[in-house]
Design a protein around this ligand. Sequence first.
Ligand code: HEC
Ligand code: HEC
Length: 223
Amino acid sequence: MFKRLLIHAAAPLAAAVCLSPVQAEMATKEMLTGTCVACHGTDGVSAGPAIPSLSGMTRNYFATAMLAYKYDDDPDGLEKAMAELEKDKMYEDAEMFTRASTIMGRIAKGYTLDEIKRMAEVFAGGEPSVVQQSFDRSKAGDGEELHEEYCDKCHADGGLSPEDDVGLLAGQWTPYLEFTLADYLEGRREAPKKMRTKLKDMHKEHGMAGVQSLLHYYASVRK
Ligand code: HEC
Ligand code: HEC
């Protein structure tokens, strides 16, 4: 009996000591992302509608978002970190756009560039997931036309495609997208120049009703 107990007690200890390099690497990644999953979910689908789901975003999008949050009050630091990131072949053509945040600025400051890259391996590149939300069919129809006219050139597949590091629109939580579009329209988040023009044109022509139609459309898109 005593001997069995000893063996059982010793087994996990041995496992902990004899980690292969791959296992050790995984342990660090899990430790790194432990605080993230409380809000963003274990499979990249977030717990609540004001928190974006991370599933399906590209490496470039993930890493540049984290750097924009981390250096939101330090443009020189941001420039240096971007130069460092671009040296890595995995992050070729990464483009960074500055961002405002409610919470991510504080969180991202706790991680080094190296740790951000390791977290990208966990969160980036997965299957985009689509959260099921209610929507108004007629507004979604108007939104589809607006999307095709102003947005689909870059946000392909009705906003489902993360290609070219554009982030995900279709299936993303509506309240998060609504805050984000307000940030863009009011200049708190930097958009690529062409997107800024398209969004402004759309807003000028169709007003906030146009923004609402787009939101209903993105909630309606299915894979
Ligand atoms: C307390 C909840 C919370 C925690 C913990 C948290 N996040 Fe966030 N995250 C948010 C919110 C809310 C946003 C939207 C930006 C904002 O307002 O801060 C966001 C935005 C993001 C975005 C941008 C998503 C997009 O679509 O552009 C990334 C990337 C991200 N978080 C990664 C992480 C990582 C990596 C961790 C762990 C180190 C983490 N987050 C921890 C709440 C959280
Ligand atoms: C010229 C290409 C282009 C066009 C046109 C464009 N976008 Fe974008 N969009 C981008 C890129 C690139 C990003 C990623 C920016 C970043 O990394 O912060 C983006 C990001 C976004 C995001 C943030 C996603 C997130 O998860 O936080 C939203 C929302 C968005 N675009 C909405 C729109 C809407 C609505 C339209 C049409 C009115 C539009 N975009 C047109 C290129 C474009």
